[in-house]
Unconditional design. Structure first.
Ligand SMILES: C[S@@+](CC[C@H](N)C(=O)[O-])C[C@H]1O[C@@H](n2cnc3c(N)ncnc32)[C@H](O)[C@@H]1O
Length: 210
């Protein structure tokens, strides 16, 4: 019952915030509280294939980023996947919910501890300088487009993945992602579907906005 309500709230929040980003402050506190509450059991709710669409998008990107950001990292599973995939990269996992970050830190494999760190922040407004990251991943996470464009370096990429495709509570349709990212200078796009999941990868031209 509570879980069903949480899923509905996440879907409602996503739809409102993607349409009207200025509405986010109205949802921030409840979103943090919701994810803090479910942090200890979050991993039990994830299927083994949850990140297969992210993996497929990374295959397509065929790059070796050195600065990687996982926004809305939760328990850090995508951050660990990214760190394993790019052994030279520094990976930052950012989340709003302290309890999620506590789980992520607890679950960090010792061999990744030197290259993966977790920070508490709101993706709506990040403290990182412009063009700080070569790759930004959002797995089941609400996008804040202007901030995403600001922190992604020229030639860099953003990957959105949704573990349950259009059934994912936090889901944004690929047409809408393309439209918003095109306005901000992203130029090359690719869609992926693996099992129930979907992903979209978008690249910024090397010279920046075209
Ligand atoms: C659906 S969970 C996904 C967690 C993880 N990426 C995964 O797929 O397992 C969404 C996560 O994004 C975080 N989140 C939501 N809005 C955020 C924001 N504005 N800034 C940072 N984190 C946010 C939540 O706290 C939560 O941990």
């Amino acid at each position: 019952m509570l879980e069903a309500l949480g899923r509905k709230f996440a879907r409602f929040t996503t739809n409102q915030v993607v349409r009207w980003p200025r509405a986010w402050p109205l949802f921030r506190w409840l979103t943090r509280r919701q994810f803090d509450r479910i942090a200890p059991v979050w991993d039990e709710m994830r299927s083994a294939e949850a990140f297969a669409p992210l993996d497929a998008a990374l295959d397509w990107l065929d790059t070796a980023p050195s600065r990687v950001l996982d926004l809305g990292t939760g328990t850090g599973r995508a951050a660990f996947l990214l760190a394993r995939r790019y052994p030279e990269a520094e990976v930052v996992g950012v989340d709003l919910a302290p309890a999620m970050l506590a789980e992520a830190r607890k679950l960090t494999p010792p061999e990744l501890a030197g290259r993966v760190r977790f920070e508490e922040a709101d993706a709506e407004h990040l403290a990182y300088p412009d063009a700080s990251f070569d790759l930004v991943s959002l797995a089941n996470m609400i996008p804040f487009f202007p901030e995403l464009a600001r922190i992604t370096a020229p030639g860099g990429a953003v990957v959105f993945s949704f573990s349950g495709g259009a059934e994912t509570p936090i889901y944004v349709a690929p047409e809408l992602l393309r439209k918003e990212l095109s306005k901000l200078g992203f130029a090359e796009f690719a869609d992926f579907a693996v099992g129930r999941g979907t992903a979209l990868a978008a690249r910024k031209p090397p010279g920046g906005v075209v």
